[in-house]
Write a protein that binds this ligand. Structure first.
Ligand code: FEO
Length: 395
C-alpha cells in the first residue's frame, strides 16, 4: 500500500492491522481489526507524527521511504506514548538519531521508561508552536484523553487536527477516509471505542472540546491514530463525542444476564417482552455468549440497564461479576436500572448487583425481582410487568 495524501505534503504512512482481534491485552475485541495511523509532513523540516505498533515498523519505514529517506526526518511528534503508537519509535530513531522528539513531559517520561532511548526530547505545552517551514504545528495537551501524556497536534495552515486516540475507531480498511466507506460501520466502531476507552473521562472530553471550540480554529480534517480519517463533515464526530460525553441517552434498555440453569434466562426473556410491548428499544445479552466490548458500546446511548444473575453461594455468578466490575469503572451518569434473578434458597445476587448499581451511580427505580428456582406462571407475569414498568420509566 502506497502512502496516502491527506493534503499537499501531508501523507498517511501508517499500517493496517487486519487480523488483530484482541486489544489492550484482552480487554477490547477488535472484530474489524484496526489501523495504526502515522502521518508524514514534508516541509523544510521533515516531520513524522506518531509511529505504529512495533511489528509494523518495517511497513512504516517503507511508506516513509516512498516519499523521503527516513534519515531525513528532523522532527518526530509523539502525541501519545502507548505502544501501539510508539512501538516503532526505536526503529525510526535508529534511522534518524538526531531527530528531535516533541511531546509532553509525561510522554517523555513514559517513552524513556519504555525504550530507554537516549533521544533529544523537546517538551511542549498547550499553545506551543513549531515552525516546519511553510507549515506550523501547534500543540494542545489532552491529559487523560486517554492517558496522562496524551496531546493533540494541529497543523494550522491545513486546519488539520491530529488527535491521536481521540475520535479513533478500531476499523481496518483498504480505504482511509470517511467519504470512501460505509460510515454506519465506522460509527459503530467509534461508539464502541468511545464507550470502552473514553467513557470514564467524559467530563474531560467535554472540557477539551469546549476549550478547542472557544479557540474558534477552523477544522477541515480530523486524522486520528486509529481507523478512518474524518475528511467529510468532521464536526459530526465532534458533536457525537459531545453527546456521548454529556451522557445524553435515548429511551433504550440493555438487559444483561448470567444464568445457571436457565431460570434467570427465562426471567430475562419475559422482561424483554414487557419492554418490547411498551414500544421501547431493547437489547438482550447473555454475558457468557456476548462480546463485552459490543455490549458496553450498546450501553453508551441507553437510558436503562437491567442486570440479572442467578445466585451461587449467596453471590452473583462470576462472569456477570467481571462484567459489572468493568462497567462500574466507566462511570456512567444519568442512567436508571433494576435487577432480577433466580435463586434456590437464600438469594444474594440481586442485592449484590443493586449495591454495585448504587456505587456506580445508577438510580434504582424499582425493587429487585427475585424468584425461587423456576418461575411459575404468576412469576412469569411479574417478569413481564417488571419489564413494562421499567420501560415506562425510560420513556
Ligand atoms: Fe492509547 Fe491507541 O493507544
Amino acid at each position: 500500500m502506497k502512502p496516502i495524501k491527506l493534503v499537499e505534503n501531508v501523507y498517511w504512512v501508517g499500517a493496517v492491522d487486519w487480523s488483530v482481534r484482541k486489544f489492550h491485552g484482552h480487554t477490547y475485541t477488535t472484530a474489524r481489526g484496526t489501523t495504526y495511523n502515522a502521518y508524514l509532513i514534508v516541509d523544510d523540516k521533515v516531520t513524522l507524527v506518531d509511529t505504529v505498533y512495533g511489528p509494523f515498523g518495517n511497513e512504516l519505514v517503507e511508506r516513509i521511504s516512498e516519499i523521503v529517506s527516513p534519515e531525513k526526518i528532523d522532527y518526530v511528534i509523539a502525541n501519545h506514548m502507548e505502544t501501539d503508537h510508539s512501538g516503532a519509535l526505536p526503529q525510526i530513531m535508529k534511522l534518524c538519531p538526531k531527530a528531535k522528539i516533541y511531546c509532553t513531559q509525561k510522554c517523555k517520561e513514559g517513552l524513556y521508561k519504555n525504550y530507554y532511548g537516549n533521544w533529544d526530547f523537546q517538551v511542549v505545552k498547550t499553545g506551543d508552536k513549531l515552525k516546519l517551514g511553510k507549515k506550523t504545528l501547534t500543540f494542545i495537551e489532552s491529559p487523560m484523553l486517554h492517558w496522562p501524556d496524551s496531546m493533540f497536534s494541529y497543523l494550522i495552515e491545513d486546519a488539520l487536527v491530529l488527535p491521536n486516540d481521540a475520535f479513533g475507531q478500531h476499523y481496518a480498511s483498504d480505504k482511509r477516509f470517511n467519504d470512501e466507506v460505509d460510515v454506519s460501520e465506522v460509527m459503530q466502531e467509534a461508539v464502541k471505542y468511545y464507550a470502552n476507552i473514553l467513557w470514564p473521562f467524559s467530563s474531560l472530553v467535554v472540557k477539551k472540546i469546549e476549550e478547542i471550540q472557544k479557540l474558534n480554529i477552523p477544522i477541515k480534517i480530523i486524522a486520528p491514530s486509529h481507523g478512518i480519517i474524518w475528511r467529510k463533515d468532521p464536526t459530526k464526530i465532534v458533536n457525537a463525542y459531545l453527546s456521548w460525553a454529556k451522557n445524553e441517552t435515548k429511551p433504550k434498555v440493555v438487559v444483561v444476564y448470567e444464568t445457571m440453569w436457565k431460570s434467570t434466562e427465562k426471567m430475562a426473556r419475559k422482561i424483554v417482552e414487557g419492554i418490547v410491548d411498551s414500544g421501547v428499544e431493547v437489547k438482550l445479552y447473555d454475558v457468557n455468549e456476548s462480546d463485552k466490548t459490543e455490549v458496553i458500546g450498546e450501553m453508551l446511548d441507553s437510558k436503562g440497564y437491567v442486570i440479572g444473575s442467578s445466585t451461587h453461594d449467596n453471590s452473583m455468578l462470576n462472569n456477570i461479576a467481571g462484567f459489572l466490575e468493568f462497567f462500574k469503572g466507566l462511570k456512567p451518569k444519568n442512567r436508571i436500572g433494576c435487577v432480577f434473578g433466580s435463586c434456590g434458597w437464600a438469594g444474594g445476587a440481586v442485592r449484590e448487583i443493586e449495591e454495585i448499581f448504587k456505587t456506580a451511580g445508577i438510580e434504582l427505580v424499582q425493587t429487585g425481582l427475585s424468584v425461587k428456582y423456576v418461575p411459575d406462571e404468576n412469576e412469569i407475569k411479574k417478569c413481564y410487568d417488571f419489564g413494562k414498568d421499567f420501560a415506562e420509566k425510560v420513556k
